[in-house]
Design a protein around this ligand. Structure first.
Ligand code: PLP
Length: 440
C-alpha cells in the first residue's frame, strides 16, 4: 500500500490526497459516471454502489478477482454484498444456466427445478416447512409480512432501528426511512430485549409480526445476542404475533441459516442473495399453517418468481456446491479472518475493529463491542472513506461502508495479504484513528 506514515496531517487533508490519487487512477470510470449522470439521477441505478467522487465501473470478474474499466485488478472482498458467494465464474453454475437456456427461456409453467429447490430448502432450514420463491429479498420480506398480517388478522409490525429488509423496507438508526412502505410500524432498539418485549406487550392486540435480522447486515454486521432473539420468540408467542427472521444475508452461516447455528426457530424466514448462484432470487417460508394461505386463498404473483435461470442455478448452487461442509468451512474461515484482523488492530491499540459473524464483517472506528446500529460521527465517516480508498489502492475491493463478504473462491493467500494491508493502514493512519481507550 502506498499510504505514507503520517504524523500531523488532518483527516481532511488525508482524504483530499487519497481522493486525488483515486481520481487520477480512474479516468474512464470518471468519464462513464459523467455520461451516466445525464440519463440516470446520480448516475446509477442502485444507491449503495454510488460514492464520492464517483464509483469505479467494473469490466469483468473471474474467480474472486475483478478488473475495472481502467485496467486495475482487485481481490473482490465485497462479494456483491453477500450475493456473490460463489465468485464470478463457478463453472457448475455457468453450466446449469447454459443448460437451462438450451431448454428455452420463459416457459410460463411450473418445472422440476423449483420443486427440487424447495425440497432442499425445506429439508435444511429448521423453520421452513413450506416455501415460495420471489425475485428478490425485498419481495420475500413484503410477502412474509403480508402473510403474517393476513394470518393474524392484525396490521402492525415491529422492526428494529438500523435494520434493512430491502429497498422499501429500510430502517435508519432513527426509524423508518421515507422510502419504507407505509405499514403501521413500531420500532425498537436492536439487542434490547426489555424494550422490544415492552413494545410487543403494549401492541399485543394489533401486532402481526416482528421482523429481525439475526445479525444486522447493512446496519454494520452487528450480531444479535441470543437472549435478545429468545426474548423476541417468547414475547411474540405470548402476544400471538409471528416472528420473522430475515436471513437474506445470514443464511450462509450454516446449511440451515444462522437460526440453525443459534438453535432458534422463528415462525417465518426469508432468504435471498447468493442462493441462486448470482441470479435474481428471493424466498419466504415457514410454518405450514401460515404458508398454506398461499394454497389458493391468498395470491402470490410474479412473472419471474420461478424463472428458469434462477431455479436451475439455485438447485446446483445450494444442492451441489454450498453443501453443509462448504458452509461450515466458510464460516470458520470468516471467524479466523476477523480474529486475525482484530488481533492486529488490538496489538496496535488503535480505535478500529471488525464486527460480524462468520464470513461477514464490517470495520468500525470505535471500541468493541457494538450492540446496535448508530449514526457515524463526521470523523468516523471520514475514516470509513479513507479506509475504503487506501484499501482499494492496496488492491482490495470492499463495500464502501467497510463491509466484507467472503466468497468461496477467495484464496487464503489473498486474505493473509488483506490482513497485512489493514495492519499497514492502521499503522499509516494511527494518529487519525486515535488510541482505542480514548474513543467511546
Ligand atoms: N434483507 C436483508 C437482510 C438484506 O441485506 C437485503 C439486501 O441487502 C434484503 C433483505 C433485500 O434483498 P434484495 O436486494 O434482493 O431485494
Amino acid at each position: 500500500m502506498s499510504a505514507t506514515p503520517e504524523c500531523d496531517s488532518t483527516l481532511e487533508s488525508s482524504l483530499l490526497e487519497a481522493r486525488g490519487r483515486f481520481i487520477a487512477k480512474h479516468p474512464r470510470s470518471c468519464e462513464l459516471h459523467n455520461q451516466a449522470r445525464t440519463v440516470m439521477p446520480g448516475g446509477n441505478t442502485r444507491s449503495v454502489l454510488y460514492y464520492q467522487p464517483f464509483p469505479i465501473a467494473m469490466e469483468k470478474g473471474e474467480g474472486s478477482s475483478l478488473w475495472d474499466i481502467d485496467g486495475h485488478e482487485f481481490v473482490n472482498l465485497c462479494g456483491e454484498y453477500t450475493a456473490g458467494l460463489f465468485g464470478h465464474s463457478e463453472m457448475r453454475i455457468h453450466a446449469a444456466i447454459q443448460q437451462a437456456m438450451t431448454r428455452g427461456l420463459n416457459l410460463a409453467a411450473v418445472g422440476r427445478a423449483e420443486c427440487e429447490l424447495a425440497q432442499i430448502i425445506c429439508a435444511r432450514v429448521p423453520s421452513i416447512e413450506l416455501v415460495r420463491f420471489t425475485n428478490s429479498g425485498t419481495e420475500a420480506n413484503l410477502m412474509a409480512l403480508t402473510a403474517a398480517r393476513v394470518h393474524t388478522g392484525r396490521d402492525m409490525i415491529l422492526a428494529f432501528r438500523g435494520g434493512y429488509h430491502g429497498g422499501v423496507l429500510l430502517f435508519t438508526p432513527q426509524g423508518p426511512s421515507p422510502v419504507t412502505v407505509p405499514f403501521p410500524w413500531v420500532v425498537a432498539d436492536y439487542n434490547d430485549p426489555d424494550a422490544a418485549t415492552a413494545v410487543i406487550e403494549q401492541n399485543r392486540d394489533r401486532l402481526a409480526a416482528v421482523i429481525v435480522e439475526p445479525m444486522l447486515g447493512s446496519g454494520g454486521c452487528i450480531p444479535a445476542e441470543i437472549s435478545f432473539l429468545q426474548a423476541l420468540g417468547k414475547a411474540t408467542r405470548g402476544a400471538g404475533a409471528l416472528l420473522i427472521f430475515d436471513e437474506v444475508m445470514t443464511s450462509r452461516m450454516s446449511d440451515g441459516g444462522l437460526q440453525k447455528r443459534l438453535g432458534i426457530v422463528p415462525d417465518l424466514t426469508t432468504l435471498g442473495k447468493y442462493m441462486a448462484g448470482g441470479m435474481s432470487f428471493g424466498a419466504f417460508g415457514g410454518r405450514a399453517d401460515v404458508m398454506s394461505l398461499f394454497d389458493g386463498r391468498l395470491p402470490h404473483a410474479g412473472t419471474f418468481n420461478n424463472n428458469v435461470l434462477s431455479m436451475a442455478a439455485a438447485r446446483v448452487a445450494i444442492g451441489e456446491i454450498f453443501t453443509p461442509s462448504a458452509a461450515e468451512e466458510l464460516y470458520e474461515r470468516g471467524e479466523r479472518l476477523r480474529a486475525s484482523l482484530n488481533d492486529r488492530l488490538m496489538k496496535l491499540g488503535v480505535a478500529m475493529h471488525f464486527s460480524g459473524v462468520g464470513s461477514l464483517a464490517t470495520a468500525h472506528y470505535r471500541a468493541p463491542t457494538i450492540r446496535r446500529s448508530y449514526t457515524p460521527t463526521a470523523r468516523e465517516d471520514g475514516l470509513r472513506e479513507l479506509f475504503f480508498l487506501d484499501i482499494l489502492q492496496a488492491g482490495f475491493y470492499l463495500a464502501r461502508r467497510g463491509m466484507i463478504a467472503l466468497s468461496l473462491p477467495v484464496q487464503q493467500s489473498d486474505l493473509d495479504r488483506f490482513v497485512d494491508a489493514v495492519d499497514e493502514f492502521a499503522r499509516a493512519r494511527r494518529r487519525l484513528l486515535g488510541p482505542l481507550n480514548a474513543v467511546a
